[in-house]
Design a protein around this ligand. Structure first.
Ligand code: HEC
Ligand code: HEC
Ligand code: HEC
Ligand code: HEC
Ligand code: HEC
Ligand code: HEC
Length: 228
């Protein structure tokens, strides 16, 4: 929320910081975004600030305000997300593209989107990871049915298997106090533009569980881990 109201100086700082984080993530091979990089995948090597300056010189629209609306051509700027629609490694997006879904059929929260774009100019780099919620899981549910419904489709799924071979249906976790207190919703695991859904889902589980084990209470008494 704070980023959108900050000064341009602070934006550059944040962009540089994000670049540094991306560089580390690239080096560690942790990047999960699957669309080919618009800049040829050199985000890890170049200083983002220098890159943006080059682009500002090349781009005749640089610095122009965007006057964003729900009818704007999203793909002009969100090249990564637009590309995932035709990347076979992104089955969710490819399936939705085949159904002719538009961006704003899922990104329905106009108020939040409008705020997010309020200060955007044509040479701003869009975020590569969601920082605000603009997709209402109710839209997924309207087309796919609720958790009980999709649980039937994944009854035989082995996508979520821990190191001991315990397998859990991603849409039907065993009943338990914490699971009931913190129910999962579609967008906790599903990013339409990601190529590694099982990994995304495991990351969700790892907010509470240690990596590699779904067990609890076997090594130590139950302790809380905070959930974002
Ligand atoms: C089938 C639904 C769906 C469609 C269609 C869709 N998105 Fe998304 N998008 C999502 C979901 C789900 C996320 C993850 C959001 C979250 O974590 O809250 C996401 C994330 C994003 C993000 C955040 C950065 C990222 O990649 O995680 C951007 C930007 C974005 N989408 C733009 C677009 C654009 C532009 C289009 C059209 C070209 C589009 N989306 C089409 C569902 C969709
Ligand atoms: C002129 C370029 C441009 C256009 C056109 C544009 N966006 Fe964006 N968008 C951005 C930038 C830059 C940001 C990052 C803003 C920020 O962080 O303050 C952004 C942010 C977002 C986010 C939030 C990502 C996050 O941080 O969670 C979503 C979702 C998104 N845009 C979707 C869309 C959709 C849907 C459309 C089409 C209706 C669209 N955008 C059109 C440039 C654009
Ligand atoms: C307008 C209706 C619609 C919306 C909204 C929608 N979907 Fe879909 N989705 C479909 C259709 C149709 C298919 C293709 C047939 C199928 O696999 O069910 C599909 C396919 C999928 C697939 C299977 C992709 C594959 O591997 O083949 C997943 C996963 C999925 N959607 C999840 C979601 C999630 C999560 C959301 C919300 C962020 C969402 N969908 C929003 C209609 C929709
Ligand atoms: C909000 C925290 C939280 C999240 C997120 C979470 N769990 Fe749990 N889970 C727990 C706790 C705590 C227990 C211990 C039983 C209880 O009190 O609920 C547990 C118990 C379990 C058990 C039973 C373990 C045993 O020893 O019998 C399994 C299996 C499990 N979780 C799988 C998952 C999977 C798979 C995911 C991700 C899809 C997940 N959990 C996400 C907190 C969480
Ligand atoms: C805990 C993480 C998680 C949550 C929450 C979640 N999903 Fe999934 N979903 C997955 C995983 C992982 C798969 C892939 C299973 C596989 O391929 O074996 C999947 C698969 C699917 C599929 C494809 C099923 C098929 O094989 O035909 C659909 C459709 C789907 N999810 C929709 C939804 C909807 C709608 C919601 C919200 C009601 C939702 N999911 C919530 C993790 C999750
Ligand atoms: C395979 C053994 C094992 C299981 C199963 C296990 N833990 Fe742990 N846990 C550890 C070890 C080892 C540590 C680090 C030493 C310590 O603090 O006791 C730890 C530390 C923690 C901590 C403090 C540090 C941190 O990572 O946040 C919390 C909280 C915690 N565990 C919660 C849980 C919860 C919740 C579950 C079940 C969902 C669980 N643990 C299951 C072995 C386990």
């Amino acid at each position: 929320m704070t980023e959108r109201t900050t000064s341009p100086d602070r934006r550059w700082f944040l962009a540089a910081l994000l670049g540094a984080i991306l560089a580390v993530a690239c080096a560690a091979g942790l990047l999960v975004g699957c669309a080919p990089k618009a800049d040829g995948g050199n985000a890890g090597a170049d200083a983002p600030a220098a890159q943006a300056t080059d682009e500002a010189e090349d781009n005749p629209l640089a610095g122009q305000p965007v006057n964003w609306t729900m009818e704007s051509d999203c793909a002009t700027c969100h090249t990564t997300e637009a590309a995932s629609a035709t990347d076979a490694a992104c089955p969710q997006d490819v399936a939705h593209e085949a159904e002719g879904l538009t961006c704003v059929q899922c990104h329905t929260d106009e108020a939040v989107l409008s705020t997010a774009h309020a200060e955007v100019t044509y040479d701003d780099k869009p975020a590569s990871k969601a920082t605000v919620a603009t997709v209402d899981p109710a839209t997924c549910i309207a087309c796919h049915g609720d958790m009980d419904e999709v649980a039937k489709l994944t009854a035989d799924s082995t996508a979520l298997t821990d190191d001991k071979g315990t397998t859990v249906n991603p849409h039907e976790r065993p009943a338990g106090e914490r699971h009931d207190e913190v129910p999962a919703t579609c967008t906790d695991c599903h990013n339409n533009h990601s190529k590694d859904l099982p990994k995304d889902a495991m990351k969700y589980c790892a907010q509470c569980h240690h990596r590699g084990t779904f067990e609890c209470g076997t090594c130590h008494e139950l302790r809380e881990r905070s959930v974002s």
